[in-house]
Design a protein around this ligand. Structure first.
Ligand code: SF4
Length: 247
């Protein structure tokens, strides 16, 4: 029996955010060790936007492999300047909404003995709304950090995902509203830098970086280059949601 293939064959474009955040670090995704990719992301960050500092501190747990990679590439010590409570998030010890709303204050605690008076490179996987970053930078300053240089293990998230990931609408994405310097001022960091899209592709094994007319991944939340036309959005004339990659 002859099979019918109504669609033109397309090269797959799997989600690159799997490598940055979604997948467990002990996963193998697209034949790549996610842990190794994240360490290479940290090394790329150190090369692209290295800064004088005393130590590299991850935002646990998602920033940890990239922070290890940054520390190894830069020669700076890796320290747990933020400790994540292993008890918060367990429903059996949450008495109610009030304690849940304490959020990051309980979930993350500054390791004052390590960071007081020190210049920190703070590594996180991404900035979405920016509210968590504001709280973490403030928490580190309250604990006596001398400088906080934030480095992000992905490019700015400027576009929503329409493929199943629950990202907020564009108007709530900090990077869609501000340039990097305005974001730095908003989160009150001493400096802020994001990984480049080419650096991300290099970390994911593409020696030449992102090939513009043949990207190996979906990276639309960073580039606006959606693998499929956004026909419903375009039909409604919602210009704020159209790809901005080519502009
Ligand atoms: S837009 Fe693409 S890269 Fe971004 S989260 Fe969605 S599927 Fe992943």
């Amino acid at each position: 029996m002859q099979s019918i293939k109504p669609f033109v064959p397309q090269a797959p474009r799997p989600c690159i955010f799997e490598q940055v955040y979604f997948s467990r670090p002990d996963s193998i995704v697209d034949d790549l060790s996610v842990y190794e990719v994240r360490k290479r992301i940290g090394a790329e960050l150190a090369r692209e936007s290295g800064v004088d500092a005393d130590m590299v501190v991850p935002v646990p747990d998602s920033g940890t492999p990239a922070a290890i990679g940054y520390a190894q590439a830069s020669g700076l010590p890796f320290e747990l300047g933020i400790i994540r409570s292993h008890y918060v998030g367990r429903t059996f010890i949450q008495p109610g909404d009030q304690i849940r709303h304490l959020g990051v204050k309980l979930k993350h605690n500054a390791n004052r003995a390590q960071i007081a008076g020190k210049r920190l490179v703070l590594i996180d996987d991404s900035i979405v709304r920016g509210t968590t970053s504001v709280k973490i930078v403030q928490m580190l300053r309250d604990a006596g950090a001398g400088e906080v240089h934030m480095r992000i293990a992905s490019p700015p998230t400027r576009n929503p995902c329409f493929y199943g990931v629950d990202t907020p609408e564009r108007s709530k994405l900090l990077a869609a509203q501000m340039d990097v310097e305005a974001m730095r001022a908003f989160i009150k960091a001493d400096s802020l830098a994001f990984l480049s899209i080419d650096g991300l592709y290099r970390a994911a094994g593409a020696s030449v970086g992102r090939i513009v007319d043949r990207p190996a991944y979906c990276d639309a939340c960073f580039t606006g280059d959606y693998p499929t036309p956004l026909t419903d959005r375009e039909g409604r004339g919602d210009a704020s949601l159209l790809p901005d990659f080519v502009s």
